[in-house]
Design a protein around this ligand. Sequence first.
Ligand code: AMP
Length: 181
Amino acid sequence: MKPVIVLLGPPGSGKGTQAARLDCAALATGDLLREAIAEDSDLGRRAREFTDRGELVPDELVVEILRRALAPLDGKGVVLDGFPRTIAQADALGDLLAERDRELTATVLLDIPDEQVVERISRRGQGRADDNPETVRNRLRVYHEATEPLIAYYEERGLLRRVDGSGDPDEVAERVQSAMA
Ligand code: AMP
């Protein structure tokens, strides 16, 4: 069966960079939301009030986005970047995959300290609306509160692989590969 991999980690931990290096179709809910916002679709308008503040978009909206994005990828390996971010989303992911006769292969946690998050995002300079220091602090707070409990969730299920996410992206990519081997 083709793999389904979740990349878990705080904002700025390199999930997007590492997702692009895996031989899988990468689905980033943050990117999908930014596309919906750029299109000014109904969903985009509803999402924007949350993304602008660094808050989580309600579970049902992101789960729906992911359901649509997964549908054409049955025969492909998939790496998820930025989803799930809550326990409810993790449960929904299990259901979505079961509906498609798939299952989660592994969750890779990219571990980096908060100070590096702030430093990396300020260097990243993509000019994203939610990259200002105040919103970054809020995104980190939300990560610790809502998303970090997923570490225990996946650990209990024997799916968690911890990787040191600091340092050079090539080195991190090697650590990711050996964690999944
Ligand atoms: P990201 O590009 O992953 O940092 O996501 C940017 C923003 O999109 C986040 O700060 C949230 O507002 C929203 N977002 C992305 N993925 C999710 C998700 N799985 N659940 C809720 N909100 C999300």
